[in-house]
Design a protein around this ligand. Structure first.
Ligand code: FMN
Length: 156
């Protein structure tokens, strides 16, 4: 059995939640127990869970994390848990028509976790809603690569 994976979802209109659902199937097929948690009621204590974390979030406003992610993001920033040795990935959803703030929500989470000592597995997905691919399809394709990188790291 692979390491457990917790997917943390930040969303405004539900796309990131659909992506998380489809991605979870890929991860489960690869042998990982997966739990999907909406960020709404979370705080830094979520990082006490065993295993790997996968942030799945969109971007809103002017490069902000979605409303349901805001309190969680600020709580982690304030608590500054030591995430040394923890591993994570980031699926960011955005739209390049927003220019400079493209995918800033995912980037902010990436920088936050890296700054707390966690180690990124693979490169962040930056889905572009104007790019002609469905977020769910892009997420599934990315997750196939991500889970194999995770397993390579586990074996090392
Ligand atoms: C009001 C509004 C503001 C947005 N602002 C940004 C932004 O600053 N940067 C970005 O990359 N995408 C932005 N987006 C695009 C969304 O992040 C994108 O459509 C995403 O797929 C929505 O996912 P969700 O349904 O999970 O919230 C914005 C969308 C809306 C409707």
């Amino acid at each position: 059995m692979g390491e457990p994976i917790t997917i943390l979802v930040g969303t405004m209109t539900g796309t990131a939640e659909f992506v998380a659902g489809d991605v979870s199937k890929v991860l489960e097929e690869a042998g990982h127990p997966v739990e999907i948690l909406m960020m709404d009621a979370l705080d830094a204590a979520v990082f006490e869970r065993p295993g790997v974390f996968l942030i799945c979030t969109s971007t809103y406003g002017q490069g902000d994390v979605p409303d349901n992610a805001r309190a969680f993001f600020e709580a982690v920033q304030a608590a500054r848990p030591d995430l040394t040795g923890r591993r994570y990935g980031v699926i960011g959803l955005g739209d390049s028509t927003y220019g400079d703030t493209f995918n800033a929500g995912g980037r902010q989470f990436d920088e936050l976790l890296a700054g707390l000592g966690a180690r990124a597995v693979g490169a962040r997905l930056e889905h572009n809603a104007s790019g002609g691919t469905m977020a769910e399809d892009a997420g599934v394709e990315w997750a196939r690569g991500w889970v194999s990188e995770l397993e390579r790291a586990e074996a090392a």
